[in-house]
Each structure stands twice: as structure tokens, then as C-alpha cells.
Design a protein around this ligand. Structure first.
Ligand code: 5GP
Length: 195
């Protein structure tokens, strides 16, 4: 994979429920150079999700075919479903845009192997497990069983902060967004963020 030398790739990972999706969408809305990498997944769409916008929702069979054909830069099994980043999507988007990857630590590890990529890796965490529980309950997207699974994954997930360039505790969404903007502006040449 090669890309325009001025375009950057920002990986944002976090344990589920820390606010990553809200933050990545906020960046895309404010800065039109940024596109979110739309992943493929075998998970069922939630009621507010649109196929092709939030994810490309595909069957297990199709996902396995794409794996076999080596179409993904990275993929992982998370909470019983597969998620992956298609090479073709990234290669097309990076020609004219910056990219944000909303992917987990396993995907980050795999993408990091491409040493020619200008990756900026940000890890978001909640203040503690109790805070995370509150967010997951409030967001109302998961069953109690799913919430327990996500809480159990929290401790394992946060151990992976070591693979990232920046770690941010998301206590306040606006402050966290500002920190991400600062990180991007300090990494992007000719930055529109500097003004
Ligand atoms: P959700 O099902 O809540 O949308 O996402 C669950 C987790 O999957 C999140 O941590 C999200 O960052 C991660 N994820 C989404 N797309 C990808 C992907 O393409 N690759 C990897 N490795 N993780 C992904």
C-alpha cells in the first residue's frame, strides 16, 4: 500500500463504549479531508445503522471468501463477529483523503506491520470499568449479556495501550475531541487544523 505523502492515516481504538465512534464521526464532520474507513462485518446491523455507511454488512461465507482471497489489510474476530478493513477501499480513499480507522487493537497490530504507512495511533480509554458500564447501559445498544462481555474484555483491551502513539482518557467528549485535533494537527503537514 502506498499513499500520497501528505495524507495521513489515524487509527482510533478503544474498549467498546468509550465514545470512539462518536469522536471519529465528529472529526469527519468537521474536516472534510477525513474519511472514515468503512469496515466489512458479519455482525447484524443495529436499528440506526446503514449498510455501506456504518459498515458493509456481509455473511460469514462472504467474509471467509474475502479472507481467503487476501482482500483485507487486517481483520479480527470480536465478540463472535468478524470485522475487516478491505485493501481496495483504503487504497482508493487515501489517494485524495486522510483516513480514520475505527478498529480494535488486533487490527492496529496488523496494520502496524505496514511500515510504509504514516499511521498515527490513538488509544482511548474510559476512566475506569464502572464508568464504562454506565456508558454501555446509557447507550442502550447491547443486551445485559453483551455488556458483561464488553466489560470483561476491558482489562484485556487496555493492556494494548503500549502499541499506540497516544493514550487519551475520555472523561469529557469536547476535551477529548480537542486533544485528537491537536494530535492530528501536529502530525499533518500543511495542516488545515493549524488555523
Ligand atoms: P461494534 O460492533 O460496536 O460496531 O464494533 C466492535 C468493535 O469492532 C469496535 O472496537 C470497533 O473498533 C471494531 N472494529 C470495527 N471495524 C473493524 C475492523 O475493520 N477491524 C478491526 N480489527 N476492528 C474493527
Amino acid at each position: 500500500m502506498s499513499h500520497d505523502k501528505d495524507n495521513i492515516m489515524v487509527v482510533v481504538s478503544s474498549p467498546s463504549g468509550v465514545g470512539k465512534t462518536t469522536l471519529t464521526k465528529k472529526i469527519q464532520q468537521k474536516y472534510e479531508t477525513f474519511k472514515i474507513s468503512v469496515s466489512h462485518t458479519t455482525r447484524s446491523p443495529r436499528s440506526n445503522e446503514i449498510d455501506g455507511v456504518d459498515y458493509h454488512f456481509i455473511t460469514d461465507k462472504k467474509f471467509k471468501e474475502l479472507v481467503k482471497q487476501k482482500k483485507f489489510y487486517e481483520y479480527a474476530k470480536i465478540f463472535d463477529n468478524y470485522y475487516g478493513t478491505l485493501k481496495e477501499t483504503v487504497d482508493t480513499v487515501i489517494k485524495n483523503n486522510d483516513i480514520i480507522f475505527d478498529i480494535d487493537w488486533q487490527g492496529n497490530k496488523q496494520l502496524s506491520k505496514f511500515k510504509n504507512l504514516k499511521l498515527i495511533k490513538i488509544f482511548l480509554i474510559a476512566k475506569n470499568k464502572e464508568e464504562l458500564r454506565k456508558r454501555l447501559v446509557k447507550r442502550n445498544q447491547n443486551t445485559l449479556e453483551e455488556i458483561e462481555k464488553r466489560l470483561n474484555a476491558f482489562e484485556k483491551d487496555i493492556k494494548n495501550w503500549i502499541d499506540y502513539d497516544y493514550v487519551i482518557i475520555n472523561e469529557n467528549l469536547d476535551a477529548c475531541f480537542k486533544q485528537i485535533e491537536n494530535i492530528i494537527s501536529s502530525n499533518k503537514k500543511n495542516s488545515i487544523f493549524l488555523s
